[in-house]
Design a protein around this ligand. Structure first.
Ligand code: SF4
Ligand SMILES: [Zn+2]
Length: 316
């Protein structure tokens, strides 16, 4: 067994039980306003699809909870998608994001036979975003870009550029490979969206925000249209082990604010804070809702907003 396969097995063995996921039912959907680099604000529909698990085993990842055992059955994704689109029929939505908690260009996750039907279901959207590991960006990406009516955007995880932390993520990604994928997408008229971690394991906690901002800047230099800052969550087994060893400290809401504030002014790239699980981030419960609302405003507006003052936690 290769070192990498042994590491995958070790990480997987620490996982808590996986919930049962129905391949016929999407996990849900979300409509939100999103800013684009040219300043336009789009309505975007994110569809959380249920399908096969990602073959990578990144230390921090808990997306496998939302995946099924084995390959995605042919036709299941189109049935999921059709049902979600029916719920939003008639709404003015410019972008669709197909998030399958895996790699869109992995045929185990998205059967090749379904691509045409998925593309035609997306025909009314000007922008289509899918997610993929950098290593599965290639010929299938171009094929899907040609099939859809709108413009394709591929969301990839850069995670961190801290050299030690990056080497320990078990992501099988290096910066040269990331740069190649960014260039490939750019040269083919495909937009790049990037996920960057806040609180990546092995990044010293006092340098956490700084390394997040550096990763965002790196993604912007590589031409990212959008960068989303994602706080790392404990609970996947491996992250909890790292926390017990002192190699992971859960990021706080205040750090997320600081990171986003530090990225205001990065030209040509929209930087947002991922607020999906913001209520679980360590922080003051009295001012949490106001802080999350502030981050939401900053996500859409791209401007620094007045800080939240709070008598409970002393924030001023
Ligand atoms: S590539 Fe993405 S989905 Fe796959 S294990 Fe890593 S973070 Fe999770
Ligand atoms: Zn407070």
């Amino acid at each position: 067994m290769s070192l990498s396969a042994a590491e995958d097995r070790r990480i997987r063995a620490l996982r808590p039980p996986k919930p049962r996921v129905d391949p016929e039912v999407a996990h849900g959907s979300l409509v939100e306003d999103e800013r684009r680099p040219d300043g336009r604000v789009e309505r975007a529909l994110t569809v959380f699809l249920a399908g096969a698990e990602c073959p990578f085993t990144c230390t921090f990842c808990d997306l496998w909870r939302y995946t099924i055992e084995g390959s995605t059955p042919a036709g299941a994704l189109t049935r999921q998608l059709r049902r979600v689109l029916d719920q939003h029929r008639g709404a003015a939505i410019q972008r669709i994001k197909l998030y399958n908690a895996s790699n869109f260009f992995d045929p185990r996750a998205v059967p090749l036979a379904d691509l045409e039907a998925i593309a035609s279901l997306c025909a009314s959207f000007g922008g289509v975003t899918v997610e993929s590991h950098v290593n599965t960006v290639g010929a299938r990406t171009l094929d899907f870009a040609r099939r859809i009516a709108g413009r394709l955007e591929v969301a990839v995880g850069l995670e961190t550029i801290h050299p030690i932390a990056a080497s320990k993520l078990n992501k099988k990604l290096d910066l040269a490979r990331f740069a190649d994928a960014a260039r490939f997408l750019h040269d083919n008229g495909i937009d790049l969206r990037v996920f960057v971690l806040l609180g990546a394991p092995h990044v010293p906690v006092e340098e956490s925000v700084e390394w997040t901002v550096r990763a965002v800047e790196h993604a912007a230099e590589q031409g990212a249209a959008v960068v989303s800052i994602i706080p790392v969550r404990a609970g996947n087994g491996e992250v909890d082990r790292l926390q017990a060893l002192g190699d992971f400290t859960p990021p706080t809401l205040a750090q997320l604010e600081e990171a986003l504030e530090s990225c205001v002014g990065i030209a040509g790239t929209v930087v947002t804070a991922d607020l999906w699980d913001a209520e679980r981030l360590p922080g003051c419960d009295t001012c949490r809702a106001a802080r999350v609302a502030r981050l939401q405003l900053m996500n859409v507006g791209g401007r620094r907003e007045p800080r939240v003052a709070c008598a409970s936690c002393g924030a001023a």
